[in-house]
Unconditional design. Structure first.
Length: 417
């Protein structure tokens, strides 16, 4: 790797010393010598900076090392390119077979860096990367906006929080603009979200928590499991019978990276308000507290809402979801809203047969019973989250809801669903 003729490239450096706006380069490299060489070159090259642990956004350039199974690397590159169209990928490897080079370029890799690395070759590749970036849209244009984080938290166990999170994710994924959606299980006391989608994942949050320093775009995508609907899933990997717990720092770093990569991050937060769950709720765009009209559920939901308000969560960020609602319960609902000091944001119709069939078959309800009132309710709320206009409807119907991200009060009756 010695190259005495190499000198650091100085490319449009910021004389003021402010490097926060420079393109960030992330390394996903296993070989220690290769990684050290790349770090040295990047730090000596003006116009770019190496990704640090405090950086939560998406890197402009990712340098990856070829896995022992090249096809796994190519698949990973394709997935990364779908999620982050503005990111470039360089591939480095000691193998120089023409078929590997061809497949790498087809997958989306822009440059191939042969090992052992030559410093001048790496510096020239970075220069070409910067030149390509200079020809694109001005900074800030065409870049992905941070995704919306929707956190579902149960007012009590057994109120359908996981089922609602799964079906909201499925309904959002079904929208015409085909947004990218990731479903995250933050429940450490009974995380069984994969069962609702008939998944047997090989990875979970545990893989991230085992060594948080490994967390980057490539590693994160490796631990996600993709469903037939196109939803990515990050299981918890924890329950009341397992050892260890997720730390708030691990959840924060993971969610910030997911938010930078996906249009929607849907959280199943369970019903236990511990420090880790509280951190997830702090990062959320909206907190949707799930409840029913059963007396014990209302009693605990009241305590949860009081805790959230007392912890400083803004009132406009908290939403109340009433599950298993039926029209004859209007008077009970009104009384419950007074007790909770919170208007219902969303009334989800009671349809136990359809909901039960969906859970037992490991499918989303909109697949099992697409014409049911509850499926329509999910589709309407998904359109509302997305800010899409809907056709006018009778007062009180879900189709007439306003965009909840504008902070307006929303109310609904399932009679229109």
């Amino acid at each position: 790797m010695k190259d005495k003729s190499w000198k650091p490239k100085r490319i449009g450096g910021d004389s003021s010393g402010n490097t926060t706006d420079l393109p960030v380069i992330e390394l996903s490299v296993r070989t220690a010598e290769c990684k050290t060489t790349l770090e040295s070159i990047i730090r000596e090259t003006e116009g770019v900076r190496l990704k640090e642990s405090q950086d939560s956004g998406i890197a402009a350039l990712v340098i990856m090392e070829l896995d022992e199974n090249p096809e796994e690397t190519f698949s990973l590159i394709r997935e990364m390119m779908k999620l982050n169209k503005g990111t470039e990928i360089f591939l480095t490897a000691s193998r120089l077979e023409s078929n590997i080079l061809l497949e790498a370029m087809r997958a989306g890799a822009k440059e191939f860096l042969a090992q052992p690395l030559q410093k001048q070759d790496v510096a020239d590749a970075i220069l070409r990367f910067l030149e390509r970036g200079a020809t694109l849209a001005p900074q800030g244009e065409g870049q992905r906006k941070p995704g919306k984080i929707l956190a579902f938290f149960g007012g009590k166990g057994g109120v359908g929080t996981t089922s609602i999170a799964v079906n909201v994710a499925a309904a959002i994924k079904e929208l015409p603009n085909n947004p990218s959606v990731v479903l995250v299980d933050v429940n450490q006391h009974g995380g069984d979200l994969p069962l609702y989608l008939d998944l047997q994942p090989n990875h979970s949050f545990r893989d991230i928590a085992a060594d948080l320093s490994r967390l980057d775009q490539a590693f994160l995508i490796r631990v996600l499991t993709k469903t037939e609907l196109g939803i990515q899933v990050l299981p918890s990997g924890y329950d009341d019978l397992s050892t260890g717990r997720l730390s708030p720092d691990c959840v924060e770093a993971t969610l910030r990276l997911l938010q930078a990569s996906f249009d929607y991050v849907i959280l199943d937060c369970g019903h236990v308000l511990d420090l880790t769950t509280k951190k997830a709720l702090e990062l959320a765009t909206l907190i949707l507290v799930t409840s029913t009209l059963m007396v014990p559920v209302v009693h605990r939901t009241k305590r949860i809402l009081e805790l959230l308000r007392g912890s400083g969560f803004p009132a406009e960020k908290i939403r109340l979801v009433m599950n298993r609602f039926s029209s004859p319960e209007q008077d009970v609902l009104k009384e419950t809203e007074e007790i909770l000091k919170q208007k219902a944001f969303w009334l989800l119709p009671n349809d136990y047969p359809s909901a039960s069939q969906a859970v037992n078959s490991g499918k989303a309800l909109i697949e099992v019973a697409p014409r049911s009132a509850v499926a329509k309710s999910y589709r309407d709320i998904a359109s509302s989250f997305d800010g899409q206009s809907t056709k006018s409807a009778n007062k009180g119907s879900l189709a007439g809801w306003l965009n909840p991200f504008r902070g307006r009060k929303v109310q609904s009756s399932p009679s229109g669903a």
